[in-house]
Design a protein around this ligand. Sequence first.
Ligand SMILES: Cc1cc2nc3c(=O)[nH]c(=O)nc-3n(C[C@H](O)[C@H](O)[C@H](O)COP(=O)(O)OP(=O)(O)OC[C@H]3O[C@@H](n4cnc5c(N)ncnc54)[C@H](O)[C@@H]3O)c2cc1C
Ligand code: SF4
Length: 434
Amino acid sequence: MDVSLVLYAVPMVVITAIYVWRQHRTHQRHNQVLQDTVAAGMTEPASLHPLIDDSKCLGCGTCVKACPETSHHDVLGLINGKAVLIGPTDCIGHGACKTACPFDAITLVFGTARRGLDIPLLKPNFESNVPGIYVAGELGGMGLIKNALTQGQQALEAIAKAGVKRPGALDVLIVGAGPAGLAASLAAKKMGLSYQTVEQEALGGAVFQYPRGKLVMTAPVELPIIGKVQFRNTSKEDLLKFWNDACQGNGLKIGYQERVESVENKDGAFHVRTSKNQYVASTVLLGIGRRGTPRKLGVPGEELSKVVYCLIDPEQYRGQHVVVVGGGDSALEAAASIAELGGTTVALSYRGDAFQRAKQRNRQRVDEAAKKGQLQVLLNSQVREIRAEEVVLKQGDKELKLRNDAVIVSAGGILPNDFLKSIGIQVETKWGTE
Ligand SMILES: Cc1cc2nc3c(=O)[nH]c(=O)nc-3n(C[C@H](O)[C@H](O)[C@H](O)COP(=O)(O)OP(=O)(O)OC[C@H]3O[C@@H](n4cnc5c(N)ncnc54)[C@H](O)[C@@H]3O)c2cc1C
Ligand code: SF4
């Protein structure tokens, strides 16, 4: 046999075989993720996401590698040599895939053919069709921290420029203390406007809800009063500490745990009713994002401080008696990750008779934890009352009383669509379009 054939052809065949085998393995794994996503019904992305044109996609995989979420989630994958959005609910609209694609096969769109996404119609100065009500950040379609920070201050500048002032009214009421609301509050303070910010949860908006230690990818931005902020890659905790220091250092007027319930226009001023107060404001800036308001159980005792609506860090529940309520992916993930710590008593209560709305890997984690006795699964059960040291549940005819230190409710969210309608804000529904 020709020696050069052995020297060149054999390695080529081996390399090709390894390549084909790896491609096949990737295809199988991504296909499994996609099947799991479809089975759990988690096919609708929250906001901006990639739409891949199969006729242009050559399956090079550059977009998969470029997605900043790839390190901890399967968002994009390769199936049959084409890019596919295999984890739509984990897509947060970075847009890095579109920039990276060498063949221009990706368009960033809102909504899908199955589920439309309502985007408020805004003027270039962020004012909605209701004169005096402005929108900034993710609610207006502009996701990502840097964009929301920038829009929050731009919208406030537009409000200051319009100079609408009603006697006895605040110049502006800012709703939401996520990146958009935070930057708007700093801008209001800098420009000497009378303002109040109200936030139904805590400072940071979506950032506050990220899992502990999440790597946050952002870009340098100029903030009012503070100046240039150089964060690019940082941790959730460092970013929140920086924002907290900025709020406290500048004495920003932000009311936490205060939800805006209605906004009415009376005699040219906005009467805003929150869960704690009533305000009258000349203008309103909505920086409320798209995640909506966590769905409550509506049972006695829900107002206790031990009741929360998302899991931030399983470690904080070590050694405690915990009840997790819900049957979706986040409920199962929360219950399993606390149970797996050991030394905790965890019960997962769900009113349905099976976990159909969760991914297979989370169902498996729950099954395994239940088999090991780390987790008590209570199907067909409903929480009736939350007391200081116990939770009362109903399961069929039985009443159960579980010893309890903490309750995590993962029952989904109420989207802001009805709230926007009640104020009269016009929206454009996007069905998978730019
Ligand atoms: C898991 C995850 C990871 C992400 N990672 C990144 C990342 O690495 N880099 C990046 O740039 N972006 C990331 N994002 C996106 C980014 O967090 C959002 O785009 C950004 O926070 C939007 O800012 P916002 O101020 O418009 O809205 P939000 O951050 O959603 O804040 C809105 C605030 O309004 C409050 N609110 C809503 N309704 C009311 C009401 N009626 N009354 C009072 N308050 C109300 C909410 O409680 C919330 O605090 C991520 C998002 C998620 C979900
Ligand atoms: S980068 Fe473009 S061509 Fe390559 S897999 Fe992704 S969408 Fe397809």
